[in-house]
Design a protein around this ligand. Structure first.
Ligand code: TXA
Ligand code: MG
Length: 358
C-alpha cells in the first residue's frame, strides 16, 4: 500500500486534503492525524473492519480497546448508553482537551472497537486539525496512538512514517504536537472515578470538579501486589521501551552525575555504547559522549513534549545502556514518570536522598 503524506496546518489548508482524508475514513481506510497529545491512527469507530485494520497496522493485540474521538457532545447520544453526571461535569471543564472518559457503551459501538468490553473510551480532542477531520468526515474516529505497538507514541508525522509507512492510507502532517504525552484516562463506570492513565489533566484538576478520584493501584510503582493488572488493557503491555537497557538514576543532582559518569566510564571500557538523558540545567555535568537534553526543569511541559522523541533518538544512536535523570516533580511528574518507568521496566537506581534531588 502507498502511504500519502500530506502537509496540512493552519497556514496550508488545501481543502482537497481534508476531502480525501474524509473519503478514506468513510470507506473503511486509515488516516493518521495530529491531536494535541500525540498523533492518532484513525478509522471509522462504528465499522468493525476499520477497527480490525487499525489493530493489524499497529501489530496491536485485539484485546486492547481504542479511543473514540468526537467533535461535539451530541456524539455521546450515539456512542454511550448512559452519561454519568460526573462525566458531564468533567466534559464542561476539560473538553475539548487531553482527557479520555470511559463510559458504558451503546449498541452502536462494535466490540471490535472496544476490545470486547461493554465500555467505551471517548475523547474530544482540542487540536484544530483533529476537530476539522472529525467534522468534515462526519464520522466518529477510533484512534490509538499512531505508532507500532510497543514503540513510543509519535509526536511528529515523521515518527508515524517511520512506524507505519506502507501500512496505512494517509498521514496528515501538521508538525510537532503540543503536549507529547497521551491523554489522561478516567473510568467513570464505578462508584469512585478512577484514573487508568495519568496525563496532562491531573488527579487534582479532576478532583476540583468532581470530588474524590482514585488512581488504579496497578499503576503505582509502590503497588503492594506486583501481580495487579491495570484496568486499562493497554497499560499492561511493555511500552515505549528503547532497545538499549534504560535505568533511571535518582538522588542529589551531583551524586547522580558522579554515579552516572562512573558507570559510563565502565561501560565504555567494556565497549558498551552508553547514553545519558538529562535536563538542560544538568547536561554539562555528564561526561558521556552521547548525551541528550530532554528539556528544562523550569518548564516541565518541554520535558513531556520531548520524552518520546528522545526515547526514539536512543535507538537511532544505537545506545546499549541509557541512564536517565528522574523527573518526578511538578504537576506533570506523574504522567512523565509513568511513561519513563515503563520504558525502564521500573529499573531505578536510588542514590542516597538529600535535598536538591533530581
Ligand atoms: O492522547 C491519546 O489518548 C491518544 C490520541 C491519539 O488521542 N490516543 C491513545 O490511544 O493514546 P491508545 O490506544 O494508544 O491508548 C488507549 C488506552 C489503552 O491503554 C487502552 O487499553 C485504554 O486506553 N482503553 C481504551 N478503551 C478502554 C476501556 N473501555 N476500558 C479501559 N481502558 C480502555
Ligand atoms: Mg498507544
Amino acid at each position: 500500500m502507498n502511504t500519502f503524506v500530506e502537509l496540512y496546518n493552519e497556514e496550508n489548508r488545501d481543502s482537497a486534503v481534508m476531502a480525501r482524508a474524509g473519503e478514506i475514513l468513510k470507506n473503511g481506510g486509515l488516516v493518521a492525524f495530529p491531536t494535541e497529545t500525540v498523533y492518532g491512527l484513525g478509522g471509522d469507530a462504528l465499522n468493525p473492519e476499520a477497527s480490525a485494520k487499525i489493530y493489524a497496522a499497529k501489530g496491536r493485540p485485539s484485546d486492547n480497546p481504542l479511543i473514540v474521538h468526537i467533535a461535539d457532545m451530541e456524539a455521546l447520544k450515539v456512542l454511550v448508553s448512559e452519561v454519568p453526571e460526573k462525566a458531564r461535569l468533567l466534559a464542561d471543564c476539560f473538553w475539548p482537551g487531553p482527557l479520555t472518559m470511559i463510559m458504558p457503551k451503546s449498541e452502536a459501538v462494535p466490540y471490535a472497537t472496544t476490545g470486547g468490553l461493554d465500555t467505551v473510551a471517548v475523547r474530544m480532542p482540542s487540536h484544530p486539525i483533529a476537530y476539522e477531520l472529525i467534522r468534515s468526515s462526519g464520522i466518529y474516529i477510533a484512534a490509538p496512538s499512531a505508532n507500532t505497538s510497543g514503540r513510543p507514541s509519535p509526536t511528529t508525522a515523521q515518527h508515524v512514517y517511520e512506524d507505519l509507512n506502507g501500512r496505512i492510507d494517509m498521514i496528515i502532517d501538521s508538525g510537532k504536537v503540543d503536549i507529547g504525552l497521551e491523554s489522561s484516562i478516567v473510568d467513570l463506570t464505578g462508584d469512585v472515578p478512577t484514573i487508568l492513565r495519568p496525563g496532562y489533566i491531573t488527579k487534582e484538576m479532576m478532583e476540583k470538579v468532581i470530588g474524590p478520584v482514585t488512581i488504579d493501584r496497578a499503576l503505582l510503582a509502590d503497588r503492594e501486589d506486583p501481580n495487579l493488572r491495570p484496568k486499562a488493557p493497554g497499560m499492561k503491555y511493555k511500552h515505549y521501551a528503547p532497545k538499549g537497557e534504560l535505568i533511571i538514576v535518582e538522588g542529589q543532582r551531583q551524586a547522580v552525575a558522579d554515579a552516572v559518569n562512573e558507570l559510563t566510564e565502565k561501560n565504555e571500557a567494556a565497549g558498551l555504547k552508553t547514553a545519558v538523558i538529562a535536563s538542560e540545567e544538568t547536561l554539562s555535568l555528564y561526561r558521556a559522549a552521547c548525551k541528550v537534553s530532554i528539556g528544562s526543569r523550569e518548564h516541565e511541559e518541554s520535558i513531556a513534549a520531548n520524552l518520546y522523541d528522545v526515547l526514539r533518538q536512543m535507538d537511532e544512536m544505537g545506545a546499549e545502556r541509557i541512564y536517565s535523570e528522574s523527573f518526578a516533580g511538578g504537576s506533570l511528574g506523574a504522567a512523565i514518570m509513568n511513561r519513563l518507568l515503563k520504558a525502564a521496566g521500573h529499573h531505578v537506581l536510588r542514590l542516597e536522598t538529600q535535598k536538591d534531588n533530581v
